[in-house]
Design a protein around this ligand. Structure first.
Ligand code: MN
Length: 152
C-alpha cells in the first residue's frame, strides 16, 4: 500500500518527535521522545497517540497558546511510505524520506508503549544518530529554535 509519512519535531511539555504514517485517510501517530534512529541496535520508545487528519502532517509553525514549551513544530522529515505489514500491535513500513530510508518496525510492548526500531537492511547506519546530525526542517531548513525565536 502506497502512502506517505511525516516526522514533526514538536516543542511541547517536552521536545519530542511526532511520527505519523498514513493508513488510508488518516495519519496513525506516535510520540517518540528521542526521535527515530537509523541504527538497528537502537530501540526508541514510541507512545501511540490519536489518529490525525492528513492535513496535520503539513503543519510547520508555532501553535499559539501552548501551555508548556514554545509550541514550535518543524517538519523534520517526510516522504513516501510503503506499508509492508499492518497487524494488531505491529507495523512495518518502508520509508523514502530525506533522512529516514528503508524499513522501520513499530511493535507494541505494553499497554501504551511501542518501540520503533530500524530494520537491518542496506539503508541501516550502525552507530549513527540522525536526530543529532540533522536537526533541521526538510522544508525550510530551519531548526525549531528558529521558529520559537520568531515568537519573541
Ligand atoms: Mn506533539
Amino acid at each position: 500500500m502506497r502512502s506517505r509519512f511525516v516526522v514533526q519535531l514538536h516543542d511541547a511539555t517536552r521536545l519530542h518527535y511526532d511520527l505519523r504514517i498514513q493508513l488510508g485517510d488518516v495519519l496513525r501517530s506516535w510520540a517518540v521522545p528521542k526521535g527515530p534512529s537509523m541504527d538497528p541496535a537502537v530501540r526508541r520508545l514510541a507512545v501511540p497517540v490519536e489518529d490525525h487528519e492528513l492535513s496535520a502532517g503539513d503543519f510547520e509553525g508555532v501553535h499559539e497558546g501552548s501551555r508548556r514549551g514554545t509550541g514550535a513544530v518543524i517538519i523534520w522529515d517526510e516522504g513516501q511510505a510503503e506499508i509492508v505489514r499492518d497487524e494488531p500491535g505491529h507495523l512495518t513500513a518502508e520509508l523514502h524520506g530525506h533522512k529516514l530510508t528503508g524499513r522501520f518496525g513499530l511493535t507494541r510492548t505494553g499497554a501504551n508503549r511501542w518501540v520503533l526500531v530500524k530494520v537491518r537492511d542496506e539503508h541501516a547506519r550502525p552507530g549513527s544518530d540522525v536526530a543529532a546530525e540533522r536537526p533541521e526542517s526538510v522544508r525550510s531548513g530551519k531548526r525549531w529554535q528558529d521558529l520559537a525565536g520568531v515568537r519573541g
